[in-house]
Design a protein around this ligand. Sequence first.
Ligand code: FAD
Length: 417
Amino acid sequence: MDPHYPPEAERFRKEVKAFLDDHLPAGWQGIGALDPDAARRFTADWRNTLYQEGLLAPSWPKEYGGAGLSPLEQVVAAEEFYRAGVPTGGPNDDFSIQMVGNTILHWGTEEQKRYFLPRALSGEHVWCQGYSEPNAGSDLANLATRAELDGDEWVINGQKIWTSMAHVANWIFVLARTDPEATKHKGITFFLVPMDQPGVEVRPIKMMTGWSEFNETFFTDARTPKDHVVGAVNAGWSVAMTLLGYERGEAAATFPIMFRTELDRLLDLARSTGAAGDPLIRQRLAWCYSKVEIMRFLGMRTLTKFLAGGEPGPAESSFKLYWSEYHKVVTELAVDILGAAAMAPSGRVATAFRADDVGAPNDSASWATTFLMSRAGTIYAGSSQVQRNIVAEMVLGLPKEPAVASQKGSWRQAQAG
Ligand SMILES: Cc1cc2nc3c(=O)[nH]c(=O)nc-3n(C[C@H](O)[C@H](O)[C@H](O)COP(=O)(O)OP(=O)(O)OC[C@H]3O[C@@H](n4cnc5c(N)ncnc54)[C@H](O)[C@@H]3O)c2cc1C
């Protein structure tokens, strides 16, 4: 089976390829072929090019700085960008555009759209995500950060954790409790909070790769204007879930291409080291190949739903579960193929968060960092166990697991219990 896109999509694909030919430097091999400093510089310049062309948020209406592309055109553009090995934005744009931008587009007032969306695109506002807390990760509704109205401003106190890229952000979207007497999922509000103020402190957390991509973020009487609430006060849970849907859903188009490119690179490595002659390694490589092919079809299924106007929902959990679990296995295989070289990695470390960038050299340091980072894939945006629960309960309709804290009592009672 080889599914095809409709002819208009293929026509648009030619336009995207022409745009890339016109704007990329001669001899371009993918951002992975640049050294990390050159890659950072290229990403900043390229983001600016996309901004000028209205292509940073291709599906947003033109009045908010998008290109007004149809969902199908957006998918085609994302595919071609990935194949060419060029980023679709800067390091925080997953938060600024995909998450909070799309959420404001969905739930925001007209004033919020006109104020926040163009600033997310111009880079004046750089966003990060303030959801998780020390006692609220998978059980996000257990969050304890609170906000109280003081005249025309909300005053926020509490702590967030694992706030990726908070050290380079100047705005954070925060879930905070605004009604401590309400039941757990109620009484939560979704806030837009400026970080450049004395009440917000960011402290780095060191990861096992040696990087410090995420942080702890502390709020001590931090302030945000009264109207910087998305959706209704005390109704932030639905807003938060829309955002998680965007976080989980939009990978369907590009991830199968990304993992196929990565697998091709691993095949090259297996050939060059001679590991491809080992029947057990060959069997594991064949397993990975079949997984990536199945991922392609799963992605197509998700895309078919989106293109028919469907919203991201619980079914997207199966895709997230699938790619993240696969990625742990394929990177373990890479480490086995490298053998001792993986213990003393050399060369260029991976520059991308998931599979290394297109054009990356087949260095042991690239695979070793990707191997470590792949562990995170089954945790962020909902752990594998939680995704399985979602699929079981909300897609397959199996009985709910027993709740630990009482859902009937107020959040305060649940905390006391
Ligand atoms: C790389 C990375 C980046 C991140 N970036 C951000 C960010 O920018 N902003 C942000 O807010 N958060 C971020 N997070 C946090 C992430 O959302 C949480 O780590 C995740 O939700 C899990 O929560 P937790 O770490 O508290 O683990 P816990 O919820 O404490 O889970 C611990 C273990 O228990 C299991 N478990 C929990 N509940 C159940 C259940 N009901 N049934 C079965 N098993 C269960 C989990 O699967 C896990 O194995 C990031 C995490 C990572 C790894």
